[in-house]
Design a protein around this ligand. Structure first.
Ligand code: FAD
Length: 318
């Protein structure tokens, strides 16, 4: 795509349906703006100052790095999406978009449901109450998929029988499962789309919405706004924050007697529990974060495991 002009890229993407899940899709309807329109808006505010940052790419990176985000609102994207209701429920929480959704009061509900493949059923995570962990084996998955198919057919039959009998569409729909697909036009500016993508392409998000967000990001936004996308990936999507406590804790760990990098899990856990080598020293200093309770947060599993993950990603813990 790199040899194509922006208008050629727009034309190649517009109305192209990117399939997601078994019957969902994402499709770009329209786009206003490109990397240059963001830069153009930024130059108005910086005026002469932008002479030093004549390179568009450098300027875009500077803007995102310093969270000067309003220029990114100058670009707008409009999508048509088909999404199962449970995923849509998460999607619609992003209030900074304009939405017009298929009406099941006005029309017969879309006759399509998200059916999970036998090898795609996930177990409940034991560490994250909101998340999933591994996959079920194929036999167990087949049983779930078979039961799901029967249930979805039963629910659809009940719905259609009620419609046939003259029950109002607005009432008959209440027994349709959350796996039923809905469609909507979804228009959002690039700043708020980046916020959506940062939250929904992230591992902590539910896998189904991650699929949608990843397609929007990588297949549509990336070719349309290559420099803005690069800056977003570097300063938001793949960036990491270290809290004040995490910075102090890392500094404490590396100063432990005998500590060589990478830090071991043993030292990390001992320090989290307040039983590191420093704990053998009598604690009298009120600034000692163990004594004043500040680091008790690191003894709780969530903060501790998130900190562990960050240090592993940085190659500092093994
Ligand atoms: C992993 C994950 C788990 C979640 N779990 C839950 C859950 O258990 N329960 C639940 O209810 N939700 C949950 N959510 C939804 C979450 O709380 C947000 O509602 C959702 O991610 C939308 O984010 P947002 O409000 O920042 O986005 P948008 O609505 O697009 O808003 C963008 C930004 O605009 C500003 N803004 C918009 N509206 C207002 C306002 N009224 N007041 C002030 N500022 C505003 C804020 O700065 C906001 O960040 C979860 C989200 C994620 C990603």
């Amino acid at each position: 795509m790199s040899d194509m002009t922006h208008s050629e890229i727009v034309e190649s993407l517009r109305w192209r349906k990117f399939p997601v899940l078994n019957d969902g899709f994402v499709c770009l309807v329209d786009v206003m703006g490109d990397d240059r329109s963001i830069v153009q808006a930024a130059r108005v505010s910086y005026g002469e100052g932008t002479r030093k940052m004549s390179d568009d790419r450098t300027l875009l990176r500077y803007l995102l790095r310093h969270q000067h985000t309003t220029p990114f609102e100058m670009a707008d994207l409009k999508f048509l999406v088909r999404v199962p209701m449970d995923t849509w429920r998460q999607w619609i929480r992003h209030r900074t978009a304009s939405v017009n959704e298929y009406s099941t009061r006005y029309s017969i509900a879309i006759n399509s449901m998200y059916a999970t493949e036998p090898d795609a059923w996930r177990t409940q995570s034991t560490t994250n109450r909101q998340g999933s962990a591994d996959y079920f084996d194929a036999d167990a998955g087949q049983t779930f998929s078979d039961s799901e198919r029967v249930f979805q057919q039963t629910a659809r039959t009940l719905y259609e029988e009620m419609i046939e009998a003259g029950v109002a569409r607005e009432q008959a729909r209440k027994n349709l499962p959350l796996s039923t697909y809905t469609e909507a036009y979804w228009k959002i500016d690039l700043h708020n789309l980046f916020h959506f993508l940062a939250l929904r392409m992230e591992l902590a998000a539910q896998q189904e919405i991650v699929h949608y967000a990843t397609i929007i990001g990588e297949q549509i936004v990336r070719p349309l706004f290559p420099f803005a996308w690069e800056a977003f990936v570097d300063y938001s999507l793949h960036a990491m924050t270290l809290s004040r406590i995490e910075q102090d804790f890392l500094s404490y760990l590396t100063q432990q007697q005998g500590c060589t990098l990478p830090i071991t899990h043993g030292l990390f856990d001992a320090a989290c529990e307040g039983a590191g080598s420093a704990s053998t020293v009598e604690r009298t200093d009120s600034r000692d974060p163990w004594l004043n309770g500040e680091w008790s947060l690191m003894n709780r599993s969530r903060e501790r495991e998130e900190c562990r993950d960050k240090l592993i990603r940085l190659g500092l813990l093994r």
